[in-house]
Design a protein around this ligand. Sequence first.
Ligand code: NAD
Length: 486
Amino acid sequence: MRYGYQRMYINGQWVDAHGGNTIEVFDPALGSVIATVPQGGEEDIEHAVQAARHCFDSGAWPGRPERERERVLLDIARIIRRERDVLASIEVADSGKPLADALADIDEAAFIFEYYGGWITKLSGEIPPVGPLAMSLVVKEPVGVAGCIVPWNYPFLMAAQKIAPALAAGCTCVLKPAEQTPLTALELPKYLEEAHVPPGAVNIVTGYGEEAGEALVKHPGVDMVSFTGSLTVGRHIQETAARHIKRVTLELGGKSPNIVFADADLDAAVDKACYGVFWNQGEVCSAASRVFVQEPLYQEFVNRVKESLDSVRLGHGANPATTMGPLVSHEQQERVMGHVQAAYADGARCVAKGSLPADPALSQGFFVEPMVFTDVNPSMRIMREEIFGPVMAIMPFQSESEAVALANDTPYGLAAALWTSDIKRALAVARKLRAGTVWINDSQPAPSEAPWGGYKQSGNGRELGRLGLEEFLETKHIYINLDRGE
Ligand code: NAD
C-alpha cells in the first residue's frame, strides 16, 4: 500500500513545511517507501504554537461548556471505532506490528477518548476549612498549551494518550509524532473536524526530533511538555524546559525485571515471560527483558522458553499468520544487533535463535529473530541497557531477598513482574520493587484507567488514569474574605 504525500495540520489547515522539505516513511517489513510527510521546522512550530495559543487564550476550546467538550471527545472515540480497520492497516504498514496488535491499539485509543471525555463533567475542586470568616475555593484549570512528543512503538495509541487528557483538561496542543511513524496521527484531524474540535486546539507538526521537537520544547508559548521516548532525549528535554520552568512529564525507557519463584504456575509464567519480551517485537518500554528464575525451576524454565519460540512466525504484520513483525527501521535493527554482539562479547550464551532471519522473503525488511540469552550476570550490558528488541536474558536466583536486589539493580523503574502462588510473598515483594507498575502473576497489562509511569530514571509524572489528567491541570486557590467586621 502507498499513501503518497501527506500534509501536516496547523490551525485547522493542511499545510506543507515552511522549508518545503519532506521525510520518507517506510514499510519496515518490505524496506520500501510508502509515504512522504513534511519536514516541519522552527517556523512551522511557531505557526502551530501561535494557533494553539490563540485557541486557548480566546477560550475557543477551554471556554466551551463541560458537557459540550465531553460530547466532542465521545464523538472522536466513536469515529475512531468506525475507522478502526483503516487506522489499523495504516499502523501495520507504518510500524510493522501485527494486525491484531494494531487493532488492539486503536480500540484502546478510542477508549482513552471515552475515558477522558467522561472525566470532563466529573472534575471538581475542593473547599478546605479555613475558619468561619473566610472561604477557600480550590479549582482546577488547564495548564495552557501542551507540547506533546511521542515515539514510534505505539504511534496512534501514544498520540491518544496525550491528546485526549490534554483536551479533557481544556488545554490546546501541538503534537509531534515520531519521524518514523507519522501516518496514523495524520488521520486524526479529519475526525477532529467531524467532531467539531475548533481550529488550533490540536495541531500536528511532522518532523525530526532535533528540529521540530527541539523547537517545540524551547518555545516560550508552550506551557508544558509531555514527552514519551528515550532517557537521553528525556534528560535533554528536561534541561531545555528548565529555562522557562515549564512543566515536564517524562515517560522514558525501562529494563523491567520478571521474577519467577519456584511455586509459580509454570505454564502461565513461561507463556507471559515470552509475551512480556517478544510482543510488539520487544519494542516496548516495559519489556520484562531481565528474567530471574528461582533455582529449582531454572533449567526447566529455560527449556520451556526455548520450545515456545518454535511457534513464533516472523512476517508482514498484515499476514494473519504473523506473530512477530519487523523492527521499525534499519537503524533499530542495527542497534538491536549491536546489543546482541555486546552480549556475546561479554560472555553471555544465546540458547535460542539469535540472528537475522534466513528466509529470503524477509531479507528486505528490518526483521530480527527472537533471542534468549543465559549465562548472564548483572554487570553485563545485556542486563543493564535497554535493547528495545526481542532479546530475553534469563538468570537463576536462590532467595527472595536476592531476587529483589537483582530486580532493583537498574537505573530504570518503569515496571516489574513477579510470579508466585503465595499471596503474602507476592504483596511483600511488590512493595519492595522500585517500579511504577508491578504485575503479580501477569506481565504487561496497562489498563488506561490506572496510572502509568516510572520510578527512578524511567520518568517523571504519570500518564493514564486520573493522575494522567492532572498532569494537564493547574490548581488555583481563590480566597474569599467573609469577615463582616461584627
Ligand atoms: P526517542 O527519544 O529517540 O524519540 C522520541 C520522540 O522524541 C520522537 O518523536 C523524536 O523525534 C523526538 N525527539 C528526538 N530528539 C528530540 C529533541 N532533541 N527534542 C525534542 N524531541 C526530540 O525515542 P524512540 O527511539 O522514538 O522511542 C523509544 C524510546 O521510547 C525507548 O527508550 C522507550 O523505552 C521509550 N518509550 C517509553 C514509554 C513509556 O511509557 N515510558 C513508552 C514507549 C516508549
